[in-house]
Design a protein around this ligand. Structure first.
Ligand code: PMP
Length: 378
C-alpha cells in the first residue's frame, strides 16, 4: 500500500539514514569528551547539526536545545516556566482548543499547581480564534502557547495576527511547530515568538529527536527550569549524553528542508491535485478552509462511511488514518474537528490523507471503487 500518513511521521531521507549509520557504527564517541578524535568528531558533528537545525527557524546554533521530540519540547516550554510563574505571581496561561495533547496535557498539569489556563476557541476554517486573544490576555499572563500548523487538518494558524495582539505584552509566546518547521518558513522568523518546538521525524529524520528553539529577549532566553537534572548538557535544560547519531541526521534533514523546500512543495501541490480530484468525484467534504491548508494534507468527511471502516477497507491500497496517530490508540472522536464545530456524525466520518515529495502515485481507481462499494453497502 502507498503510505499516506506523513503527518504522523515521514519516511526517512536516505542521506539522513546514512548520517545516522555513520555516527552509530563509526564515529560513536561522546560529544562531551572531545579530548580524543572520537569525541571530537562527535562534538563537531553535533555543533554543525545545531547550526543546521536552527536555520529553518531563522535561529542561531546557540538557540537550539536538543530534546527527544516535539512532545518533550512542548513539555519543557510549558512546565519549564512553572518556577518563573510561581516566583513572579504570573500564573495565567493561554492556549488553544486545537493543540496537540503534548501542549494541552502539560498546560492541564500546571492547573494542579495553581495556574489558570484559558483556551482560545476555533472556527470552522480550522484556525484558532485570535480575536479572542486580546480579551483573554491579563497583566499576569505568563505564557501563550499556540500551534503553527494543525496536525489533524493541516491548517496554517494565524501567527502573524497573534504577534500583533501580543506586541507590547510581556507574556512568553511558545509555538508548537512540529507540523510546520522545515515546510512553512515565513512565520518562524517572526521577532515576537520566544520558543518553537520542532520534531525530526516530521521532516524525514529518524524518530526520537527534536528541539526547543529559543529566542533572546533583552539579551536573555526565556527563564526555563529544566525538567531533569544531570550533567548540564544543552545549557542545563536537557542533561544527558547527546544522541549524536540522531542529532547529525536531524541536521542533515534540516539542511535538505532548506535546500529543497520549494521543489518539495511543488511536488506536494501536484500530488494534491490528484487527491482533490478523487475526493471531488467521491463527494467528500473538506474539513477546514482549503486555502489555509498545507499542500501535503487533506482532512475530509465521507458522508455515511465511518472512518474506521474506510481505513480498514482501504488498507491494502493506501495507509491512512482516521484521527491523529498520537490519540489513535484511544479512538475518541477528534476534539480538533469538534472544536471547529463539525457535527459528531461528520467527525466520525473524517479521514486524513497526508503525503510528501517522495510519495508514489496510488491506485486511485481502486480507492474510488472501495469507497463506492462501502457506500452502496456491498
Ligand atoms: N505537536 C504536534 C502538532 C504534532 O503533530 C506532534 C506529532 N504528532 C507532536 C507535537 C509530537 O511530536 P513528537 O512525535 O516529536 O513527540
Amino acid at each position: 500500500p502507498v503510505y499516506l500518513d506523513c503527518s504522523a511521521t515521514t519516511p526517512v531521507e536516505p542521506s539522513a539514514a546514512a548520517v545516522a549509520a555513520k555516527f552509530t557504527e563509526k564515529d560513536y564517541g561522546n560529544a562531551a569528551s572531545p579530548v580524543h578524535d572520537y569525541g571530537l568528531f562527535a562534538r563537531t558533528a553535533a555543533d554543525h547539526a545545531r547550526k543546521l537545525v536552527g536555520q529553518p527557524a531563522g535561529a542561531g546554533a546557540d538557540s537550539v536545545v536538543f530534546t527527544g521530540g516535539a512532545t518533550e519540547s512542548n513539555n519543557l516550554a510549558i512546565l519549564g516556566l512553572a518556577e518563573e510563574g510561581t516566583r513572579t505571581g504570573r500564573r495565567h496561561i493561554i492556549t488553544t482548543a486545537i493543540e496537540h495533547k503534548s501542549v494541552l496535557e502539560p498546560a492541564a498539569a500546571m492547573e494542579r499547581f495553581g495556574f489558570r489556563v484559558d483556551h482560545l476557541p476555533a472556527g470552522a476554517d480550522g484556525r484558532f480564534d485570535v480575536n479572542r486573544l486580546a480579551e483573554l490576555l491579563r497583566p499576569d499572563t505568563l505564557l501563550v502557547s499556540t500551534m503553527h500548523v494543525n496536525n489533524e487538518t493541516g491548517i496554517i494558524q494565524p501567527l502573524k495576527e497573534t504577534a500583533e495582539v501580543l506586541a507590547g505584552h510581556e507574556a512568553y509566546w511558545h509555538v508548537d511547530s512540529a507540523q510546520g518547521y522545515g515546510k512553512e518558513f515565513t512565520m518562524l522568523t517572526d521577532g515576537r515568538i520566544d520558543m518553537i518546538s520542532v520534531s525530526g521525524h516530521k521532516i524525514y529524520a529518524p524518530k526520537g529527536i527534536g528541539a526547543l528553539i529559543m529566542r533572546r529577549r533583552d539579551g536573555r532566553f526565556p527563564p526555563l527550569m529544566p525538567l531533569m537534572y544531570g550533567g548540564g548538557q544543552e545549557q542545563g535544560l536537557r542533561p544527558g549524553t547527546l544522541p549524536v547519531q540522531l542529532i547529525a541526521a536531524f541536521g542533515e534533514a534540516a539542511k535538505l528542508a532548506m535546500r529543497d523546500g520549494e521543489s518539495r512543495r511543488q511536488k506536494c501541490i501536484e500530488y494534491r491535485r490528484a487527491v482533490l480530484s478523487v475526493l471531488g468525484e467521491l463527494g467528500a467534504q473538506q474539513n477546514g478552509d482549503e486555502r489555509l491548508c498545507m499542500p501535503h494534507t487533506v482532512n475530509f468527511s465521507l458522508k455515511g462511511i465511518k472512518a474506521e471502516t474506510a481505513v480498514r477497507a482501504l488498507k491494502s491500497v493506501i495507509a491512512v488514518s482516521g484521527t491523529s496517530a498520537c490519540t489513535s490508540h484511544n479512538p475518541m472522536p477528534s476534539y480538533v474537528l469538534g472544536a471547529m464545530g463539525l457535527s459528531a456524525e461528520r467527525v466520525e466520518c473524517s479521514l486524513r490523507f497526508s503525503w510528501c515529495h517522495m510519495t508514489p502515485d496510488a491506485d486511485w481507481e481502486r480507492v474510488k471503487d472501495i469507497i463506492r462499494k462501502l457506500r452502496s453497502g456491498i
